[in-house]
Design a protein around this ligand. Sequence first.
Ligand SMILES: [Zn+2]
Length: 281
Amino acid sequence: MQLPHQALLACSVRDCGADLERVQRLWRCSAGHCFDVARSGYVNLLQPQDRRSLDAGDSRRTVEARRALLDAGFGAALRQCVQTLASTVALEHGAAVVDFGCGDGHFLDAVCTALGCAGVGLDLSPHAIESAAKRHAHGIWVVANADRRLPLRTGVFGLALSIDGRRPGAEAARVLSERGTWLIAIPADDDLCELRETVLGESRPRAGIERVEAELRGLFQLHEKRTARATLRLDRNDLERLALATYRCARRAEREKLESLTHLDVTTSHDVLLFRRMPGA
Ligand SMILES: [Zn+2]
């Protein structure tokens, strides 16, 4: 991941939106609004009206569970697929990548490293953003609500990522350049099928490709689609982490079933989609 060639952030104070400039331990706009850089290097650009609760986003335990799963190789197939597909995108010189729900920066760092470019990671969870800032010093890590106006400059990003994350269509079209692309990964039909069958007894269909296409109609057009799939044997500890990481097994009966397992082969499966911004969108 590289340092950016140009200003990428915009002031989040209501009706301001001026470019933010990094001045030592502050991000500052031309109107004089200032945001402190935290000790670990991230910045919190949430405004009071964008905050749903004081402790919004993933908890520290959830962030740690996700990290442990990634370290155990869960997510390697998705990372490889995202990296390969992102490498087919021809970024204009100096263009940057933005991730709308970056967690601890795992996928954004993989993509920026592959493309040799700068990246901005947004997440609602201060725990996730702090972890990202500690792991990847060159990235710009921002606590922000991806469901509101994004604290990003218009038209300066060549590629956006949503890996199991938010899909703010109109805002993505605004911050991407004219020829920008958006890489979206969503759970495929067989994602976590063993866990769902064994523990949860659910077989409801997931948000499919057609739904994403319908959501983005008029703004983005599907250009390419791949599948990332792998099956891993998870032990009891990793199964508990998976439940935590995916907000599952909250009911008592589900927890008891989960705790009765010594291990389970679990399939992780994603549709990885590359959308192109439509001209004039
Ligand atoms: Zn401002």
